[in-house]
Ligand binder design. Structure first.
Ligand code: PLP
Length: 368
């Protein structure tokens, strides 16, 4: 039997009728890029998140690039971010000509450690880019206080945490700009690339809308160098079908995570994911830490047994060749890159499959 790391089939099959009807409507409309479906989706998702503006773009990476620029981050600026995240987080900072300044993570949450951030602020710092990794919120309150003190813009990388909250407020709506990815494996996934920028700031929103369309508010009257980064109507229509189910799916992920916690709680080599008291973790990933240098072996043997696991991420960003030499040792990020392992999880995952995964893990870890 094979257990994938993510099975999208239950979601797709459950909504087959609604999805095909929505796709058919777009095919008949002949309007494939932006247009009324994208505008309607932007309105729906803004209401769900509780934000004033939502701007659909091509990808989460573009959301970050455009979000950073719209927030005023410019060449020469420094933006403090986590060393333990997907490459796109830092890539976006570099793409706008700014410098990513990597700091270490909180050992419990895997996210930016506010004390480390405080020490990394320099006169060139213009922004903070917290990531809500795996679906768990970064500790936003101290970060927002720092931002206020030093007049910094906060751009949230919410690619992995759609629907998550911080003290009851939706992630992505706490900083000045929130950036989301609709990559198919995300909590709210499209059937292709897609992304979103959210903000309560009218000026940032207008700049982001202009930048996504070649720097033009009105076609052919381009004001600045922008991007071709518009959300497809097909993806917007698909996302509109899925959005009403999102809370139910998040509950399914949380239940699956609780069940793994129960199944794996007495396994000494494993550190279970932590849920910070200020948030409701949405478990885009259920990520354990495996101590005693057994992670590689566990990963390999689970793969061999047909159980899909992933290492997010094997190299902290400051250790990648493009950023090598920029950063002194970051103890937690470097250690965790050797220890993390993400297990199969999806909202409708059957308990028996989780039991199989847990049994196999225990079997492998106790084999020697
Ligand atoms: C933390 C993080 N940031 C940014 C991105 C980039 O999103 P996308 O793949 O939609 O460009 C992703 C996802 O791939 C991500 O996980």
């Amino acid at each position: 039997m094979k257990i994938p790391i993510l099975d999208l089939k239950p979601e797709t099959e459950g909504l087959w009728g609604e999805l095909t009807a929505a796709i058919e409507e777009i095919l008949k409309s002949g309007q494939f890029i932006l247009g009324p479906k994208v505008a309607a989706f932007e309105k729906e998702i803004a209401a769900y998140l509780g934000t004033k503006h939502a701007i659909g773009v091509n990808s989460g990476t573009d959301a970050l690039v455009i979000g950073l620029r719209a927030a005023g981050i410019a060449p020469g600026d420094e933006v403090i971010t986590s060393a333990f995240t997907f490459f796109a987080t830092a890539e976006a900072i570099s793409l706008v000509g700014a410098t990513p300044v990597f700091v270490d993570i909180d050992p419990r949450t895997f996210n930016l450690d506010p004390q480390e951030v405080a020490q990394a602020v320099t006169p060139r710092t213009k922004g903070l880019l917290p990531v809500h990794l795996y679906g768990q919120a970064a500790n936003m309150e101290p970060l927002m206080e720092l931002a206020e003190k030093h007049h910094l813009k906060v751009i949230e990388d919410t690619a992995q945490a759609f629907g998550g909250d911080y003290q009851g407020k939706k992630l992505g709506t706490i900083g000045h700009v929130g950036c989301f990815s609709f990559y198919p494996t995300k909590i709210l996934g499209a059937y292709g690339d897609g992304g979103l920028i959210v903000t309560d700031d009218d000026e940032i929103a207008e700049t982001a809308r202009t930048l996504r369309a070649h720097g033009a508010k009105q076609n052919y009257y381009n004001e600045t160098i922008g991007y071709n980064s518009r959300l497809d109507a097909l993806q917007a229509a698909i996302l509109s079908v899925k959005l009403p189910y999102i809370d139910q799916w998040i509950s399914g992920r949380r239940e699956a995570a609780q069940y793994y916690n129960e199944l794996l709680k007495d396994t000494p080599e494993i550190v279970l994911p932590y849920e910070a008291p200020y948030t409701k973790h949405v478990y885009n990933q259920y990520t354990i830490r495996v101590s005693n240098g057994k992670r590689e072996q566990l990963h390999r043997q689970l793969q061999a047994a047909g159980i899909g696991t992933m290492i997010y991420y094997p190299v902290p960003l400051h250790k990648l060749p493009v950023y090598a030499g920029t950063t002194p040792r970051l103890r937690v990020a470097e250690q965790y890159a050797q220890e993390v392992l993400s297990l199969p999880i999806w909202p409708q995952m059957e308990k028996e499959l989780q039991e199989t995964v847990a049994e196999k893990i225990k079997e492998i870890l106790t084999a020697e």
